[in-house]
Design a protein around this ligand. Sequence first.
Ligand SMILES: [Zn+2]
Length: 271
Amino acid sequence: MTFAVLAGVLGLVWLSIKYAWWRPPASAGWPRLLMYHMISAPRAGARFNGLRVPPAMFERQLRWLRDHGWQSFTVSELVESGDRLPEKSFAITFDDGYADNLLAALPLLQKYRCKATLYLVVERFDRDWSLARKAHYDEGELMREVKLSDEQVAKMLAAGCVELGSHSMTHANFLYLDVAATRRELADSRQALEKRFGVAVKSFAWPFGLYRPEQVPLVGEAGYSSAVTVREGIESPARWQPLALKRIKISGKDNWFAFRLRLRTGRKGWR
Ligand SMILES: [Zn+2]
């Protein structure tokens, strides 16, 4: 009996540390920027299953947002409207440019009347960018993942609910780029995307969310008005740094409770 009580208490302590459910919710007036990569089933033994949100889970999330009065915007719309946004505003973002963004995500975006911002790597084919993060990430898992062709990107844009953003030319690790290379990754990718797809490209996503502080103004110089990071959180538009916006990580490894917590507080757990 005593052991059962002790185990119960320890279990509650563990759950409290894991989920930090006591953290106060961020104001409904502070927009949520949701970060997705793939909308697909997990793969057995894969390293990056956190980046794979199953379609049924994605649909449940979109349905919940709609049913609870959340309104969808592109990242540029959020940044341009700033503190004039309605309560319960959110943006969906997809990084890298996986084919399932068109095949699995777009039909659901349309079904629930949601917008999204697609951060596309220009040279995304046969490239193993995981190595630029950690040399031992050499399984080629993300390289083998099917990417959006240019024709598929054009289809997504033709749907009318998708903003095109840049995720650099090569998904470089910006920590190792000098000023000239930084300028190239920023400016060349914007020009290439605008020329290829005939749309204005105003938003950028830092590859891996990595950069040095002195690189931030270069994003503005390259013609972007916003940039998103992988730093987790929810902020008041009054405090936004438009070239280093925080997002909420949506993980394929999360359960429903964790998704709801992230929407409330910007993150899961005690960190
Ligand atoms: Zn990426």
